[in-house]
Design a protein around this ligand. Structure first.
Ligand code: HEC
Ligand code: HEC
Length: 348
């Protein structure tokens, strides 16, 4: 009898540990919590009325996110280029690496806080998360597959008949349902548990160190107009003075064909930078020091350079060595270990 009690207590502990790891997604007894807006975040822009997040929809989306059959030779999953331990980027690759070792021209951005995102991709062009997966599935250098083949491959798998039925009530497998489920998974990839968030929410008396606080003050003066709190992007497309890349990626212009949009790229979030190197749309900078060096002394005077980076005849953002150290200390408070370790977001 006593032994059984110990075993029961042990199993209970394991259960509590497992629940703790997947906080945000489930509560202590494992009930699915759905989409929860962090209290220090604004209202999301995604239209949940058309795609209510359910446990079953999220689970189907997760399965699809890690499903090789979305690619021509079944070898590449969304998770190949959006790796959780790298905050859902493709760590170590400047530009993305897809099927048959083909290279893209852009760095894989994180799948993170997308419910607050109005436009997708570094150069825009996609404005609805539910339509975004068509791009990687069909891209020659990413998954190189077509939607009809994906549907045929999924329809013969009893696993998906069950998962689609659980999520949508009937076992019909179609593209619209696949997209909705993928969105449900990606919308749940919320990163909001960094030290910064805890300080803002005044959780457990968390506070910044002096260096972090000074870095925060500098950040608000020099960076926050574009990298706006709490998402650390204002969602706009801007030119931050990077020299055009060798492939001459024109950024937002590619989507709008408006000359004023040449070389404008989406302002990226600065959350989880510890895990997402290299940086910029083409991964040209391998360290945050290099990024700060860019703002301090390498900003190029391009026709569409953002006016913030050319004030009173001064190009770039003047940063002393101590400024840089302080800003780096602040940026370091934006890393969220619970996000990259959240077992609910991992391949099951
Ligand atoms: C071969 C690597 C690769 C694969 C596979 C891949 N992606 Fe991506 N993903 C990228 C790159 C690179 C970008 C940026 C593309 C651009 O800016 O033009 C991107 C952009 C995105 C974005 C936009 C994020 C933002 O902040 O704008 C989403 C969402 C996304 N991918 C989801 C997916 C999904 C879902 C799948 C699977 C169906 C997938 N990706 C497969 C490399 C990949
Ligand atoms: C005028 C708007 C603007 C200002 C001001 C600005 N940035 Fe940026 N930042 C951008 C844009 C746009 C990009 C993406 C550029 C690209 O890839 O082509 C970017 C990219 C970055 C990246 C790369 C992130 C990634 O995931 O690849 C970092 C890090 C960064 N900025 C930090 C800062 C810091 C620190 C400051 C203040 C010293 C700052 N930025 C000021 C607009 C701005």
């Amino acid at each position: 009898m006593k032994r059984n009690h110990w075993i029961a207590a042990f199993i209970c502990c394991l259960f509590i540990l497992a629940c703790k790891k997947s906080e945000q997604i489930s509560d202590q007894i494992g009930s699915f919590l759905g989409f929860q807006k962090p209290v220090n975040f604004p209202e999301p822009v995604y239209n949940f009325a058309n795609n209510k997040i359910t446990k079953e929809g999220f689970e189907l989306g997760r399965s699809l996110f890690y499903e090789g059959r979305l690619s021509r030779d079944n070898s590449i999953t969304c998770g190949s280029c959006h790796i959780q331990s790298s905050a859902f980027t493709q760590h170590g690759h400047d530009v993305s690496h897809g099927i048959d070792d083909r290279l893209g021209i852009r760095n894989s951005p994180p799948i993170m806080n997308l419910a607050w995102n109005k436009a997708f991709m570094w150069g825009g062009g996609v404005y609805d998360l539910d339509l975004q997966p068509i791009a990687p599935i069909t891209a020659h250098e990413e998954m190189d597959e077509n939607l009809e083949n994906v549907m045929s491959k999924l329809r013969v798998m009893p696993k998906y008949t069950t998962l689609f039925k659980n999520a949508f009530g009937t076992s019909e497998i179609n593209t619209a349902r696949m997209m909705k489920a993928l969105s449900q998974f990606m919308l749940m990839c919320i990163s909001s548990n960094s030290k910064y968030d805890k300080v803002m929410r005044k959780e457990n008396n968390t506070s910044f160190s002096t260096e972090e606080q000074e870095g925060y003050t500098l950040f608000k003066q020099k960076c926050a107009t574009c990298h706006t709190e709490p998402l650390f992007t204002d969602g706009s497309f801007r030119n931050n003075g990077l020299a055009p890349s060798p492939v001459n990626d024109l950024g937002l212009y590619t989507a709008t064909l408006n000359d004023a949009d040449r070389y404008k790229f989406k302002v990226p979030s600065l959350r989880n930078l510890r895990y997402t190197a290299p940086y910029m749309h083409d991964g040209r900078h391998f360290s945050l020091n290099a990024v700060l060096g860019h703002y301090n002394s390498q900003v190029q005077q391009l026709p569409n350079l953002d006016p913030i980076l050319m004030q009173n005849g001064n190009l770039g953002i003047a940063l002393s060595t101590t400024d840089k150290t302080k800003i780096l200390a602040f940026l370091n408070t934006l890393n969220d270990e619970t996000f990259i370790n959240n077992s609910s977001l991992a391949e099951q």
